[in-house]
Write a protein that binds this ligand. Structure first.
Ligand code: HPA
Length: 273
């Protein structure tokens, strides 16, 4: 057995010693989008620090924890606080919790993130269903020896984001009068926000939004056979005429403002899964 698989099994054994109820749904919450955690009827909260082999969250003021509980009438695993490549984690560390969830029995993964909009029709606060992604120089988490127990050496990526989950989300949005955009998420390393020329480049390449997370987790999820749904909150507009800088605070505030819509969508999606 590979060292990673050995570690994964130890991590999973520890978590299962605390929670024995099975769940097939996992959720990873993006920066500034952690409030969904408050909607969960929490049965167990496990600080990342306590979990063997788990990376430890470095984002200031963010106490990373794995939550088990009920949302939309279903048992769910929720990661409040994710690991970003720009924090210095390896792509394998970024992917680690996704693999842990898989081994815990999760087969549907919902992801959220804050992203910059490069589609000219987008505005701050929009929700965008991710229907595809472009990895722009983010390192692939599957580089290196393949763990055949997890998945195949050469995974197909022709439809990483489940069409049926996208349709379900659209139905929920319609019923609840929520406007949804749809588009391609471009994953970059960060931590710098993009230059004006880079935002233009991303737009020309076919990106609608750009962010510093998600792609590596998505790849790991597809590799191990999960069905995937991901959504961006547009927190800033990359391509703009006026003088304007982008700050982390502004991104967090915009995420917070849009969060109730996202929370409703994820809760209802979970209910209908
Ligand atoms: N660029 C990259 N990542 C981001 C942005 C952005 O404009 N906004 C939020 N995350």
């Amino acid at each position: 057995m590979s060292q990673t698989m050995q570690q994964l099994k130890e991590t999973v054994a520890y978590i299962q010693s605390l929670v024995s109820t099975p769940s097939s749904i996992g959720i990873i919450l993006g920066s500034g989008l952690g409030n969904l955690a408050n909607e969960i009827k929490t049965e167990k909260e496990i600080p990342y620090n306590d979990i063997p082999h788990f990376p430890v969250s470095t984002v200031e003021g963010h106490k990373g924890r794995l939550i088990f509980g009920e949302l939309g009438g279903k048992k769910v695993w929720v990661m409040a606080g994710r690991f970003h490549y720009y924090e210095g984690y390896t792509p394998q560390q970024v992917a680690y919790p996704v693999r842990v969830m898989r081994l815990l029995g999760v087969n549907t993964l919902l992801l959220s993130n804050a992203a910059g909009g490069v589609n000219p029709h987008f505005k701050i606060g929009d929700l965008m269903i991710i229907n595809d992604h472009i990895s722009l120089f983010t390192e692939n988490p599957l580089l290196g020896r393949n763990d055949d127990e997890l998945g195949t050496r050469f995974p197909d990526m022709s439809e990483p984001y489940s069409k049926s989950l996208i349709q379900l989300a659209q139905q929920i949005a319609k019923t609840n009068d929520i406007e949804l955009k749809q588009g391609v998420y471009t994953g970059v390393t960060g931590p710098t926000f993009e230059t004006r020329a880079e935002y233009q480049l991303i737009h020309r390449l076919g990106g609608d939004a750009v962010g510093m997370s998600t792609v590596q987790e998505s790849i790991a999820a597809i590799h191990c056979g999960m069905q995937l749904f991901a959504m961006s909150v547009i927190t800033d507009i990359g391509i703009r005429e006026e003088e304007n800088t982008i700050t982390h605070e502004e991104v967090l505030q915009a995420a917070k403002d849009a969060e109730p819509k996202l929370t409703l969508l994820f809760t209802e999606l979970t209910r209908l899964l």
